[in-house]
Design a protein around this ligand. Structure first.
Ligand code: 87F
Length: 553
């Protein structure tokens, strides 16, 4: 059991809360263009109010008892910045574009890691670790592909007071780090497939406006790098991994994504082809790349001389893939589900899935109080035995109302209340974070009902997000329809003749004084039929496939 307990006794619901203990926030937080973190301080509740009705006021909240000052609908950017700090996911840091992932955020990253790691190992991938630093010479082996990215590479140029003889790059990605060793380790077909992954940080000195999780100069990710004897094996893996990425988003984070291929213009320059999962944020009307799985073909094996001897003793270049998923996934999940009261976490990724809050009467006799506390303990243990992640909040210096707001801000999928009436009825009240729906459950039914309800919440959150995204995707057959969809903050699904020059033109023509141009997010693998004679929405030429377009992050 995890408990937020600071003392054994619980305060009466109708008594004003005592002064809060100091919150963990440091005194000074530099947050360039972002809200300052506030010290957590429980609001005092009126004496005569029932705890269930009173607002309390969450950490960083306002007097009305709402979790956040900004609203998701009216000022999305400010809402998001305020949310990630108030819910204790992020602290701003004095290097611009870098953020501290606090335990609440890191615990979710660990869930994502655990989910994905288990599955790639089942496919035969092994974890390893390669160094953070890259010499200039090695980075330049891949010059053609690095060129476009060069402005983002960070360099170490000094140690102590001395200037480095040769500056050393900090990895923005590890192709150039790993592939020289692939070349050494792969000799014969018996050394294949070689399938490595690493969980690391990377640094890309971006100049676009940074956003916690979504775009930061240092971020956490996994990068998979694999080598095969045949194209068929490599291509199979590209799709296996892409489906795992879909699983991370849809099955774990309850975020709908579209699987597809990147257009030639949008794919990784070093790739033979790039596949992607694309998500969408309705409030901003922008698509966002969730993760990518590349088939590199033999491009890198030719550059890095990675060859094997086949059965006939013939030398052949290996087929390679690379694939990556970052902490951005958490940002997309947060943006998708959170509301004006705070985070709304899908049960499967929530570090804690249910909070149990006792609500004793102020006048309760010590035995009555003890009986309630014993029940909290018993219920908690019975849920933990079912692998439910439980926290009990028996702190006596916060009122129940304040606690409700606090745990709503943190996004716990369920709250369990246990008051004097519930004790009499041998029941608890369960309250859903996603819908606010409440239900009374008998004590004996709790261990079965809670896990079932958590799965229902998970499914309902995904279904709701999927319905929102589907409602924001418009099939367009002309540029006029296309612009109307974009201006409606929607994505456009169009028949497409797949011409790079046209994609450039569409981007330019869809750029307005206050909105960026649209690009292809992907050519979806699942799309409506494309009857013979269907014309490209822009050029009028015969369409080759469907393209999903949108303004994007
Ligand atoms: C930034 C600086 C230098 C992206 C960069 O997508 C190089 C690069 O190569 C760079 N930003 N990329 C492409 C990364 C390709 C690939 N690497 C492995 C992935 C997935 C994981």
């Amino acid at each position: 059991m995890t408990t937020e307990e600071t003392a054994t006794a619980v305060p009466p619901a109708e008594a004003p809360a005592a002064e809060a203990p100091a919150a963990a926030a440091p005194a000074k937080e530099k947050a360039p263009k972002a809200p300052k973190e506030k010290k957590e301080k429980p609001k005092q509740e009126p004496k005569d109010k029932d705890a269930k009705k009173s607002g309390g006021g969450a950490a960083g909240g306002d007097a009305k008892g709402l979790g956040l000052k900004n609203s998701k609908k009216d000022n999305f950017g400010e809402w998001y910045s305020e949310l990630v700090v108030a819910s204790e996911l992020i602290s701003y840091y004095d290097v611009s574009g870098c953020y501290i992932l606090r335990p609440w955020a890191y615990a979710m990253w660990e869930v994502v890691q655990g989910w994905f790691d288990k599955r790639i190992k089942a496919l035969g991938v092994q974890n390893s670790y390669f160094p953070l630093f890259i010499t200039e010479d090695v980075l330049n082996t891949e010059k053609d592909h690095v060129e476009g990215f060069a402005p983002e590479v960070a360099w170490v140029t000094k140690y102590g007071n001395s200037v480095m003889e040769k500056p050393i790059a900090i990895r923005p990605t590890s192709e150039t780090v790993m592939y020289p060793y692939f070349s050494q380790w792969i000799r014969s077909h018996r050394d294949l497939p070689l399938r490595l992954n690493q969980w690391t940080n990377v640094v890309r000195w971006e100049f676009k406006y940074p956003t916690p999780f979504i775009r930061s100069r240092e971020f956490l990710w996994q990068e998979g790098h694999t080598a095969f004897a045949t194209q068929a094996e490599a291509e199979k893996e590209v799709h296996d991994i892409l489906d795992l990425y879909r699983g991370v988003y849809e099955d774990l984070l309850a975020v709908p994504v579209t699987k597809g291929k990147k257009s030639k213009k949008e794919q990784f320059a070093g790739a033979f082809f790039t596949t992607t999962v694309e998500a969408y944020i309705p409030e901003t009307g922008r698509g966002i790349q969730g993760a990518t799985s590349h088939c590199l073909g033999q491009n890198f094996s030719k550059m890095f001389d990675i060859q094997f001897e086949d059965d006939d003793r013939q030398k052949q270049h290996v087929w390679q893939n690379s694939w990556g998923l970052t902490t951005r996934s958490l940002g997309v999940m947060i943006m998708t589900h959170a509301d004006d009261k705070g985070l709304v976490l899908p049960p499967r990724v929530a570090p804690k899935q249910i909070v149990i809050i006792p609500i004793p009467k102020g006048s309760a006799a010590p035995e009555t109080l003890q009986a309630m506390m014993d029940k909290v303990d018993e219920l908690s243990k019975s849920l933990e035995a079912k692998d439910v992640r439980v926290v009990t909040d028996t702190r006596n210096n916060y009122t129940p109302g304040w606690k409700y707001n606090h745990w709503e801000l943190k996004g716990l999928p369920l709250r369990m209340e246990l008051g004097p009436k519930d004790m009499d009825n041998q029941a608890v009240m369960l309250c859903r974070r996603d819908t606010g729906a409440k239900e009374v459950v008998k004590w004996e039914d709790v261990p079965a009902r809670v896990p079932e309800l958590l799965e229902t919440i998970q499914a309902d959150m995904f279904a709701a997000a999927k319905a929102r995204t589907s409602g924001c995707t418009e099939v367009c057959h002309s540029f006029e329809e296309f612009m109307a969809a974009l201006n409606n903050k929607h994505m456009a699904l169009t028949p497409w003749a797949d011409e790079e020059a046209i994609e450039e033109e569409v981007k330019k023509r869809s750029t307005t004084p206050d909105a960026m141009g649209a690009k292809t997010l992907c050519l979806p693998f699942e799309a409506p039929p494309l009857p013979e004679g269907t014309k490209c929405f822009y050029s009028g030429k015969p369409a080759k496939n469907w393209a999903l377009w949108g303004r994007s992050y």
